[in-house]
Write a protein that binds this ligand. Structure first.
Ligand SMILES: Cc1cc2nc3c(=O)[nH]c(=O)nc-3n(C[C@H](O)[C@H](O)[C@H](O)COP(=O)(O)OP(=O)(O)OC[C@H]3O[C@@H](n4cnc5c(N)ncnc54)[C@H](O)[C@@H]3O)c2cc1C
Length: 426
């Protein structure tokens, strides 16, 4: 009987297992996870800290027991895989145990970037990625008087942390090296509107400056910025990006056999297989194709991790499936705002802003070629807009269906934008 290993039990690992069974694989599945809880959704951590959901809701696919039973897997919880030996296709654990597998899926995700910033350690600096990060920040907020905070990172993670702190009457300063909010998704025109809303709430925004170093005491944390400013606050939350967890293969060249190729993430083909036959990767630990640029990059989105995990599972089970890639996008609901960003806001092109009584759509395009779309105030149409955007940039260029065009109109999407998205013809 064949024996497969899945390393990491996040979204990608879970979907890898599910897909293996759905595609008829009947052999053993061993899941190695360096945490003790079931699959967690990192997107829900801020909702838990905010008290909007109970702790168990961070685990969207149920308990470990349910997972084990449903998919007939052997879960090795609290078991970190130190290395993957590509030659013997072995998983090497921290205690030196080696176990060989017929196929391996690496789904180790990413971790929040946590630079050495100097004199810390007093427990006033937090990250926001894992269940443990969420537990720590929640405990701090519930057991201490926190009246001021610095949040570094104007991303979709940073804004959710700003929101939850603001709702607890914490005075917040948001800092980012970039020039605007959501720099990877938001056009300047849209950012100005969103930033004004934050300022109107009393949230301070400092752009074009980063953290130089930090000094923590038992009472406060001093954040020294690269522009010379020093911010004193009760807590500091770092939301400055992620780094792929690739160390378990990144140093395999020191072993005798061919290394797994790693750029910023593990390099895979469209079947999610690495350069080493039988070793696959999926999710935030690996690179995928950006459908807009054709370049490979770490996509860092839940739906992408699910699709890559499913694709890897199907191919490991012996079927042939391809995953063409993803389009970077940001769909964020915070305060009373819905921001949708699809495509790259830094690409050149004609810039148009369409407004009507319902809201605003900002677009970068070259003739009928869409480059970037920002929508304020209508998350329900995000899936549909993204789908037609992908059709346009991949050359499929289909007209909108009557129903979709009608739904967009009913949602207040301006007519000129519907035309750019593909138009509708009788
Ligand atoms: C606050 C926040 C908000 C977000 N918001 C959005 C959003 O709005 N939309 C969106 O699409 N995405 C969002 N994301 C990103 C999304 O959550 C991730 O892209 C997705 O969860 C990645 O899944 P994954 O399985 O690849 O990785 P992970 O969820 O990181 O899972 C990897 C697992 O592998 C384990 N592991 C790592 N190394 C080892 C090892 N050596 N041995 C054993 N186990 C190991 C880890 O502990 C972890 O449990 C957000 C993320 C955060 C943190």
């Amino acid at each position: 009987m064949q024996k497969f290993a899945i390393i990491g039990m996040g979204c990608a690992g879970y979907h890898g297992v599910k897909s293996l069974r759905e595609h008829g694989y009947e052999g053993e599945i061993h899941v190695f996870s360096d945490v003790s809880h079931p699959t967690a959704n990192p997107m829900l951590t801020t909702y838990y800290v905010a008290g909007k959901i109970p702790r168990e809701r961070m685990f969207p696919f149920g308990s470990l027991e349910e997972f084990t039973r449903e998919f007939d897997v052997q879960v090795h919880a609290d078991t970190k895989v130190l290395r993957v030996d590509t030659g013997s296709r072995c998983v090497v654990l921290e205690d030196g145990t080696r176990e060989a597998f017929d196929k391996i899926l690496i789904a180790t995700g990413a971790r929040a970037v946590s630079p050495a910033l100097g004199q810390g350690g007093a427990g006033r600096t937090f990250l926001m990625r894992t269940v443990s990060d969420a537990d720590q920040l929640k405990t701090m907020l519930e057991q201490n008087r926190v009246s001021s905070a610095v949040v570094v990172g104007a991303s979709m993670v940073g804004i959710k942390v700003v929101e939850l702190l603001y709702n607890r009457n914490v005075k917040v300063t948001m800092v980012d090296m970039a020039s605007r909010l959501f720099p990877l998704a938001c056009m300047q025109e849209t950012a100005e509107i969103l930033e004004q809303d934050l300022k109107d709430r009393g949230i301070d925004l400092l752009f074009r400056t980063g953290v130089d170093h930090v000094e923590e005491t038992g009472e406060e944390v001093k954040t020294f910025l690269t522009d010379g400013t020093c911010l004193t606050s009760d807590i500091l939350v770092l939301c400055i990006g992620t780094r792929a967890n690739v160390e378990l293969v990144a140093n395999t060249q020191v072993i005798e056999s061919e290394p797994v190729k790693v750029n910023r993430g593990i390099v895979v083909n469209t079947r999610m297989e690495t350069n080493v036959p039988g070793i696959y990767a999926a999710g935030d630990c690996c690179e995928g194709t950006n459908l807009q640029t054709g370049e490979t990059m770490i996509i860092g989105l839940w739906a992408n991790a699910a699709a890559q995990g499913s694709c890897a599972g199907a191919n490991m089970a012996g079927c042939v499936e391809e995953f063409p890639g993803s389009l970077p996008n940001n769909i964020t609901h915070y305060f009373d705002k819905d921001f949708i960003g699809i495509g790259d806001p830094d690409l050149p092109g004609e810039r148009n802003i369409f407004t009507n009584s319902h809201g605003m759509v900002s677009v970068i395009h070259e003739k009928d070629q869409l480059k970037c779309v920002n929508i304020l105030g209508n998350y329900r149409i995000s899936g549909m807009v993204k789908e037609y955007f992908v059709h346009r940039i991949t050359g499929q260029g289909e007209d909108l269906t009557i129903a979709d065009a009608g739904l967009l109109r009913a949602s207040g999407v301006p007519e000129d934008f519907i035309v750019l998205l593909g138009g509708y013809h009788d």
